[in-house]
Design a protein around this ligand. Structure first.
Ligand code: ADP
Length: 263
């Protein structure tokens, strides 16, 4: 099923979670980025347009500075993101360049998605970059965001981006194969749910049983993101980012994930 959905999708947003983009030592995982660049190139060569939403600025900031990892002060967090964002984009730029791809950076806030003039500007920038074969890489603009005005999670940022751009498919690359019927870290018998058509039903089981099943990690925001894009007719796939060639494997039916089918 994923095979057909990816095949049929022309406009794809790929969201990269922080655990996917960082190595165990807390630095940016260059091997992952190398593999991602190759896959993005392959998808673009098939005529697909790709937008990336990438986390990882704060962790990259800690990796670069080697300090401040425990600072809770919001200004230090924002400063870390300012430092790490450069490191993050530098890695994307160097690695995507090896595949002959240019990248462009867009830092967005919640306000940007609410304001008509801004959404039009974002859309025009996206279309221009994509028309010219450049890969847009989006992150939340942490410098201007304090907790109250944050989108707060890149799963939602990726969902809003998919809607604003009119994307067909959102692919969320995480540290887990997909959505399970319970948290696989706690339950050995957890089963992967390969297709979800009734997003509301899944969502209800989160609020009913916040602790034992879907409540932990970022799974709830992934389901909310899928719900948001499905309202606009787009599908969502959650899959394991660190699996080599995951996007191409999904495309060839060689890997599993969770597919949220829009109704
Ligand atoms: P990311 O950094 O990629 O956004 P998160 O760490 O926020 O990912 O969310 C993924 C984590 O959610 C998994 O590693 C897993 O431990 C946890 N989790 C909790 N419940 C579930 C579930 N029902 N299915 C899958 N993962 C779950």
């Amino acid at each position: 099923m994923e095979k057909k959905i990816i095949n049929d999708s022309k406009k794809i947003v790929i969201k990269i979670g922080s655990s996917t983009i960082t190595s165990q030592d807390g630095t940016i995982d260059k091997k992952f980025l190398d593999n991602l660049a190759g896959q993005v190139k392959a998808l673009m060569d098939m005529g697909k347009r790709i937008v990336i939403v990438s986390s990882g600025a704060r962790i990259a900031g800690v990796g670069t500075l080697g300090k401040w990892s425990r600072k809770e002060d919001i200004h230090y967090k924002q400063a870390l993101c300012a430092i790490g964002q450069v490191e993050l984009m530098d890695s994307y730029r160097k690695i995507f360049d090896k595949c002959g791809l240019h990248v462009g950076q867009l830092l967005l806030t919640k306000e940007d998605f609410r304001d008509k003039a801004r959404t039009l500007n974002i859309r025009n920038t996206l279309f221009t970059l994509l028309d010219e074969g450049v890969v847009p890489i989006i992150n939340e603009n942490d410098t201007v965001c304090v907790e109250e005005i944050k989108i707060g999670d890149n799963d939602m940022l990726a969902a809003y981006t998919t809607v604003l751009w009119g994307g067909d498919l959102l692919i969320i690359l995480s540290d887990i194969e997909g959505i399970y019927n319970k948290n696989p870290q706690d339950y050995k018998d957890a089963k992967l749910i390969e297709i979800i058509e009734d997003i509301e039903g899944i969502e209800n089981s989160i609020s009913l049983d916040g602790k034992s099943s879907f409540g932990t990690g970022g799974i709830a925001t992934k389901i909310l993101a899928a719900k948001e894009v499905s309202k606009y007719g787009a599908n969502t796939i959650v899959a394991k980012g660190k699996k080599e060639n995951i996007l191409l494997k999904l495309l060839n039916g060689e890997a599993k994930g969770t597919l949220f089918l829009s109704t």
